[in-house]
Ligand binder design. Structure first.
Ligand code: GCW
Length: 631
């Protein structure tokens, strides 16, 4: 019988880092010392020796120096020493030079948001069940959590949000009766420099019943969650005090309010600044952060209503509140104005709040990008995003986790790249996608295939984009699941997700003549998108409603370009399959990677034929090259 794989067989990017961190190690520095010892043992004589110099003023930053005798000095604050050690060890493994000068993270908050629920399910999770929840509460292997801590620290990730932003009944107890267990998980991750964040329910004061620590009585819930109500404010202050007694270094609370049927301050006629500031006030004595998500739109829209345009919603709501948020509030904004679609322009809100602390939210879990079945490496898209945002704009980042209980952590072993590279970009958004991909390949033990795999990973997001929704059109996915094509699956629904394709045209006019989304952008960026003759192809149908016979810059008609991209996308997927078949993958990965590639090919074929048929039937325009379109 075949042996079932365990996570112990799947080291992800720690493939050259043997062993398991012992439970007894209690600080980042102890872990750093242990890593260095294990590394020396595995390398034998010739491995450089390490010296640690504490400099608390450096905090998370570090400085690496090669001494005359070849030894490496790591100077840093407590976690800085751990980060510096991982950097140095990884540089040795990869044969890269040590970085020069003090290395400091650009983003202070480098958070991984899990969408894990206490019942063990993971919302939009494609790598198995939760790593720490099951059956209504906590359930985990401490050894595996320590290995997770090691993975996060080695990628530079410093905060883990433990539970889904959609906070269900059971998850409310994380800051109630389950607080001691929450604190225990925080304790296990603490030595890795990983602090917890918790998603809280804005209406918790209405529901959370737990015994009063002093009287032992079960407190009656409040009858309101109005942020300006004195009892509510007191309730949250008490709650924060209790939570911080148990977890003194908690990073803070994360809130999804008035969004997709979640409760929020709007129920009480209060603004999001009032709601967020009330919670922020409760956290302030502990230097806690209140992270407030800006993913707020009308999810009950009438599809007949063409005046309402969902991508406009967040800016319309939050821009007037700029300057009103407390200092310890971070407004967390998804990269695009819709919702993690395959291709979206940057969210105008990220460029429009000069007096508010912002956090960029990315999605590693491949909800709209292939469910960790199809290959989708994100670093090239992040490079474009950071170039558009401009240097220094992003100072805090969060990303929705792609982790789960699957032996290999991320379902598709190559999906681990997105997690590792996310941490690297959160530390320094100036990095090069190619260099990070190469580094991940070497660290993961795939070095023999470095060239082939680098090419595959650099190109795969573009291929996915070609065979799915064309030219910046969004939402042509199967509703609910979000895998596979359904051009009108979201067309007559309440989610604000339309392509409005008819026999002549497709897309939504978002210029000043249309919904006006473009006016939310800084002028230079608006100018780039405004004129369909100059708008980059990949955003053409995001911003414009165009006839099928519109001439693209390369001379092709729009409809021909759609057909071509879909035929090419499938051909590229076929070539990817050949590349994958030629890789020298370790036994543990081979079957998984090949099986997923097989499914990806079926998916690409389905997308190609459904999208081409859809547009062919509507437009009646034949493919100039006479290829097979199913009518
Ligand atoms: O796109 C939607 C997802 C939801 C998710 C939501 C959000 C956690 O389909 O599953 O809920 O985004 O970001 O809040």
């Amino acid at each position: 019988m075949e042996k079932t794989l365990s996570w112990r067989d799947c080291p992800a990017w720690l493939s050259a880092m043997p062993g398991e961190v012992p439970a007894a190690l209690a600080s980042p520095r102890e872990i750093a010392a242990w890593e260095v010892e294990r590394f020396a043992e595995s390398r034998g004589p010739g491995a450089p020796s390490f010296r640690f110099v504490s400099d608390e003023a450096l905090g998370e930053s570090y400085l690496l120096e090669r001494n005359g005798d070849g030894a490496i000095t790591v100077r840093g604050g407590e976690t800085g020493i751990l980060y510096g050690t991982y950097e140095a060890l990884f540089d040795l493994i990869c044969g890269s030079p040590l970085p020069q000068g003090v290395q400091s993270p650009v983003c202070e908050l480098r958070m991984l948001d899990s969408w894990d629920n206490p019942d063990g399910s993971v919302e939009r999770g494609y790598a198995g069940r939760s790593l720490w929840f099951e059956g209504g509460g906590f359930s985990y292997e401490p050894d595996r959590i320590r290995q997770l801590g090691r993975m996060l620290a080695s990628a530079g990730i410093n905060v883990l949000c433990l539970n889904n932003v959609n906070v269900g009944t059971a998850a409310r107890a994380l800051i109630g009766e389950r607080l001691p267990e929450t604190a225990e998980l925080a304790r296990i991750l603490r030595p890795f420099g990983v602090r917890l964040m918790l998603s809280v329910d804005f209406s918790a004061p209405l529901f959370l019943r737990d015994p009063d620590p002093i009287s032992g009585e079960t407190r009656a819930p409040l009858t309101t969650a109005d942020p300006l109500d004195g009892d509510v404010r007191r309730w949250w202050r008490d709650r924060a005090a209790r939570v911080y007694r148990a977890i003194p270094d908690l990073a803070g609370f994360l809130v999804k309010a008035d969004s997709e049927h979640r409760p929020g301050p709007n129920t009480y006629g209060r603004s999001h600044a009032q709601g967020a500031n009330m919670l922020a006030g409760a956290l302030a004595p502990y230097r806690g952060l209140l992270v407030w998500r800006a993913f707020v739109y009308n999810c009950m829209q009438d599809w007949r209503d063409t005046a309402t345009d969902r991508p406009c919603a967040a800016y319309e709501r939050y821009r007037p509140l700029d300057g009103q948020f407390a200092d310890n509030v971070l407004l967390q904004v998804k990269n695009g104005p819709y919702d993690f679609q395959v291709r979206e322009p940057v969210s105008p809100l990220l460029l429009g709040m000069e007096r508010t602390r912002m956090a960029l939210e990315l999605q590693l879990t491949q909800e709209y990008t292939g469910h960790q079945i199809d290959l989708f490496a994100m670093p090239p898209l992040w490079r474009e995003l950071f170039d558009t945002l401009g240097k220094g704009r992003v100072r805090a980042m969060a990303a929705v986790s792609n982790l789960g209980r699957d032996a290999n952590w991320t379902g598709h072993p190559f999906a681990a790249l997105n997690l590792y590279a996310y941490g690297r970009f959160a530390w320094d958004p100036d990095r090069s996608p190619e260099e990070e991909i190469r580094r991940w390949i070497r660290l993961s033990g795939y070095g023999r295939d470095e060239e082939a795999l680098t090419e595959l990973l650099l190109g795969c997001s573009r291929t996915y984009e070609k065979y799915t929704a064309p030219l910046g059109l969004c939402w042509m996915v199967n509703p609910g699941a979000h895998y596979g094509p359904s051009p009108w699956g979201y067309e007559f629904q309440a989610w604000g997700t339309y392509n409005r394709a008819d026999r002549e045209r497709v897309g939504i006019d978002r210029t000043a003549a249309g919904t006006g989304l473009l006016s939310q952008y800084p002028p230079a960026l608006a100018a780039r998108f405004e004129d369909p003759a100059r708008c980059p192809d990949e955003y053409l149908l995001f911003f414009h409603r165009l006839p099928y016979l519109f001439r693209m810059r390369d001379g092709r008609t729009l409809i021909q370009r759609i057909y071509d991209d879909h035929f090419e996308g499938f051909e590229e997927a076929l070539r990817m399959q050949r590349t994958v078949a030629g890789l020298h993958l370790p036994g543990r990965d081979r079957a998984e990677v090949e099986e997923r590639m097989r499914k990806q090919l079926l998916n690409a074929r389905e997308w190609r034929d459904v999208v081409n048929t859809f547009f062919h039937r509507l437009s009646g325009v034949p493919d100039e090259k006479g290829r097979k379109i199913y009518d």
